[in-house]
Design a protein around this ligand. Structure first.
Ligand code: TYM
Length: 327
């Protein structure tokens, strides 16, 4: 049976990379399969070290999911820390993974290469992520391409645990990444991968002047207005493709190729597409933001569901490794 699991860090406002790379797939899948989506507040602690900020970002991610169509009666949306069992499973997995494996971690290496001293939380981050996935016996993990390496580690953790402790009756299924090619890497306003750490994001719920400013600052080349342009090498068109249907895309591409159509025109068209696409979600989000009790109940209900799922798994895991029973 397919069990969908995925997480998003509450480390700032979510952006188009998060949406097209992951969240949209989360929404699409959660009515079709049993799904567990966690707001990974433990993970965010590797960078967010102020309590009020962490709480605010956590609420923001919950509002985003609900505004974008998550239905709490269909699947579970909850805070990672409401299922603290994942940290216990992480400990079990930490003892199976060589440190050399974690030294190759991309985020960890980036920090080291930048001359910074990463904290041990960042170093062991992928193992907590493995525990997130395995605790729910997840089989399908919808993520962007940047999570491939972490998914490999999760798959290895499952294999190592099974081989070491439950060779005859494997406890954990090997999870499969679910990465859609077209949106595996959503580009930011400078053409690099859209990422909070590069400061090149457009927020899902940015609006008004802020949104306009970001769209207008998308980097383009200096081909003059009247000359033909190649849509496929244009950052603006890369984003237009995410929003426009095939017909609209073809129309806009034809205008690029014909000449007389400037990047400013394309940016206006993109701005329009963004505004229309999220209009309904934006209204819903404003309404939800005025009902924190409802959001609280949703997260509580999700956590109850998640803990019920995890309890028998952890009981088996504790027994398999020899932590229980005592005699
Ligand atoms: P995070 O919070 O950085 O990002 C959330 C999701 O958004 C995707 N994403 C992108 N996809 C395409 N193009 C982009 N420019 C882009 N930027 C972000 C990410 O790939 C991710 O799917 N480690 C995870 C959180 C996590 C998790 C888990 C995921 C913790 N436990 C268990 C899956 C399963 C992370 O930092 O995502």
């Amino acid at each position: 049976d397919t069990v969908v699991v995925s997480g998003i860090q509450p480390s700032g406002r979510l952006h188009f990379g998060n949406y097209f790379g992951a969240l949209r797939q989360h929404i699409d899948l959660h009515t079709e399969h049993e799904s567990f989506y966690f707001i990974v507040n433990y993970h965010a602690m590797t960078t967010v070290q102020d309590a009020d900020t962490l709480r605010q970002h956590t609420l923001d991610v919950a509002l985003d999911y609900l505004a974008l169509g998550f239905d709490p009666d269909e699947s579970a949306l909850f805070c990672q820390s409401d299922v603290p069992e994942v940290t216990e499973l992480m400990w079990m997995l930490l003892n199976l993974i060589p440190t050399s494996r974690l030294e190759k971690g991309v985020s960890y290496k980036e920090k080291v290469n930048a001359g910074l001293t990463p904290n041990a939380g960042l170093f062991t981050y992928p193992v907590l992520q493995a525990a997130d996935i395995l605790a729910y016996l997840g089989t399908r993990v919808p993520v962007g391409a940047d999570q491939k390496q972490n998914l490999e580690i999760a798959r290895d953790c499952a294999r190592w645990f099974n081989q070491t402790y439950t060779p005859d009756d494997p406890l954990f299924p090997i999870p499969e990444p679910y990465i859609l090619d077209d949106v595996a890497v959503v580009p930011g306003i400078d053409g690099q991968k859209m990422s909070k750490s590069y400061g090149n994001t457009i927020g899902i719920f940015d609006e008004g002047k802020e949104l306009k400013k970001k769209v207008m600052s998308i980097v383009t080349d200096s081909t003059p207005l009247d000359e033909p342009k190649d849509p496929e090498s244009c950052n603006v068109f890369a984003l237009i493709k995410l929003f426009a249907d095939d017909e609209t895309q073809a129309e806009i591409a034809a205008k690029y190729r014909a000449g007389g159509y400037g990047y400013g025109h394309a940016k206006k068209e993109l701005l329009q597409l963004i505004t229309e696409n999220f209009a309904e979600a934006r209204a819903r989000r404003k309404d939800l933001a005025s009902r924190p009790d409802y959001v609280h109940d949703v997260l509580q209900q999700g956590a109850d569901r998640a803990r019920a799922r995890v309890a028998p798994v952890m009981e088996k895991a504790r027994e398999a490794v020899g932590l229980a029973p005592h005699v």
